[in-house]
Design a binder for this molecule. Structure first.
Ligand SMILES: [Zn+2]
Length: 185
């Protein structure tokens, strides 16, 4: 009886104690449905592994989607679209106005583009300041240990799908024009 293990049947969602079925693997038939089941420890390990895989996937993909403050680009777009839609429908008292006219979306994209341009340029200025600081520090003394890590953080560009934030300004202006002309006023 010393060799009894905790097993788990996924189909029956049932924990049970049993001896391994003698195949050499840590598996045993479910007392309820008869299917071959793996140990509780195996299922836990499986869960840990899939969670680790997911974390690794997110870690690998998120720098492709955005770096630095690049996540602000879609947020600006969403915020501008929502504000424009609410405003347009508030002014016209027409719930369908936004859907029926092209210019509010074009206006929202142009606003988001302006925000990307202005904010992107502002954020990029912090690199120049960081460069100035390191320039001064190098002439004053040679304490670099902490500065190097700070510079690395500061020099991550703010990108969304590999495009730096200020360039999203003209891109969104083009999107605004295209949406205007493709749907008509
Ligand atoms: Zn079962």
């Amino acid at each position: 009886m010393g060799s009894e293990l905790q097993f788990y049947c996924e189909d029956c969602e049932l924990n049970f104690e049993s001896e391994p079925d003698g195949t050499g693997y840590e598996q045993a038939p479910c007392p309820s449905c008869g299917d071959v089941c793996m140990t509780v420890a195996f299922h836990e390990e499986e869960r840990h592994r899939s969670r680790a895989d997911r974390a690794a996937f997110v870690g690998a993909v998120s720098p492709i989607v955005f770096t630095g403050y690049g996540f602000l680009v879609p947020l600006f777009c969403l915020a501008c679209v929502v504000v424009t839609e609410i405003t347009a429908e508030g002014i016209t008292k027409d719930d369908e106005y936004y859907q029926m006219h092209a210019w509010p979306l074009a206006f929202a994209m142009a606003c988001a583009g302006t925000l990307c341009l202005v904010t992107g340029k502002r954020l990029a200025e912090r690199f120049e300041q960081a460069d100035d600081q390191t320039g001064n520090e190098e002439t004053e003394d040679d304490e670099t240990g902490d500065d190097e890590t700070r510079d690395e953080e500061a020099s991550v560009p703010d990108t969304f799908f590999s495009v730096e934030m200020p360039y999203w300004g003209p891109i969104l202006f083009v999107v605004a024009l295209v949406s205007l002309f493709s749907r008509g006023l």
